[in-house]
Design a protein around this ligand. Structure first.
Ligand SMILES: *[C@@H]1O[C@H](CO)[C@@H](O)[C@H](O)[C@H]1NC(C)=O
Ligand SMILES: *[C@@H]1O[C@H](CO)[C@@H](O)[C@H](O)[C@H]1NC(C)=O
Ligand SMILES: *[C@@H]1O[C@H](CO)[C@@H](O)[C@H](O)[C@H]1NC(C)=O
Ligand SMILES: *[C@@H]1O[C@H](CO)[C@@H](O)[C@H](O)[C@H]1NC(C)=O
Ligand SMILES: *[C@@H]1O[C@H](CO)[C@@H](O)[C@H](O)[C@H]1NC(C)=O
Length: 192
């Protein structure tokens, strides 16, 4: 009897331990899927704003295939992701922006964030972006892009953001809470 109780306690103990270990290391991004069975070599759960970055880096030609996804979005929100060669901050970000436009279709464009009150109009980035699109499904917005980055941007800063769209116009994002925590470093080569 005692042995059984002990084994049972040990068993539940092991179950709890393995659950804690697996839940602390489980990345949400690993279970995310894409149209046409598109797969990426690396992904990371970004720490705030329900955001996830997936990418495949090809060192021989400097291309990075990106899928940036933000869950729990709405059709009246814009989302953006970019890299900032000048550091983990807003100004300088080479951004990809997506929103659901007045046709009800997800649309993406590039813009270089040159000030704290950026125009959010389409501009070229400091590197080529040969492919760019977005989807909006099940309250998830996903930006798909191919970037061609110089060698010195394989380890850099990434910045992401979200805000409201009103009458087709991008509104400024919140300047508190998670919206001012949304930066991280990224190394496209090592996945760290
Ligand atoms: C990486 O790029 C090179 C040059 O474009 C290409 O030959 C190669 O197939 C690419 N590698 C992968 C894994 O796509
Ligand atoms: C989803 O978004 C709504 C409204 O923006 C917010 O109230 C809610 O807390 C969010 N849920 C999660 C899980 O982030
Ligand atoms: C990266 O190298 C390019 C030249 O290839 C240079 O113009 C740019 O300033 C460099 N960027 C950084 C962040 O070092
Ligand atoms: C909405 O976006 C789609 C996809 O980019 C585009 O074809 C369409 O012209 C856009 N509609 C408007 C009103 O801008
Ligand atoms: C990122 O992808 C590369 C190429 O498939 C792989 O070797 C590496 O282990 C991945 N890194 C992480 C942290 O997943």
């Amino acid at each position: 009897m005692e042995m059984k109780a002990c084994n049972f306690v040990l068993f539940s103990c092991l179950v709890v331990v393995s659950f804690l270990v697996s839940s602390s290391s489980a990345q949400t991004c690993l279970s995310q899927t894409f149209p046409n069975n598109m797969q990426y070599a690396n992904c990371t759960d970004l720490p705030v704003l329900n955001s996830y970055l997936h990418w495949t880096y090809n060192q021989s030609d400097g291309t990075v295939e990106i899928a940036f996804r933000r869950t729990n979005s709405t059709s009246s929100q814009w989302s953006a992701w970019g890299i900032n060669p000048s550091g983990p901050r807003m100004v300088g970000t080479q951004a990809l922006v997506a929103l659901v436009n007045s046709s009800g279709v997800a649309q993406a464009f590039t813009t270089s964030i040159d000030s704290f009150a950026p125009s959010m109009q389409q501009t070229d980035l400091s590197f080529p972006v040969p492919s760019l699109s977005a989807t909006f499904d099940n309250n998830e917005i996903t930006i798909f892009a191919v970037l061609i980055i110089p060698q010195n941007l394989t380890s850099t800063s990434q910045v992401w953001q979200e805000g409201e769209v009103s009458n087709g116009q991008i509104q400024p994002h919140s300047t508190s809470g998670d919206n001012v925590q949304s930066t991280a470093s990224i190394n496209f080569l090592t996945g760290q």
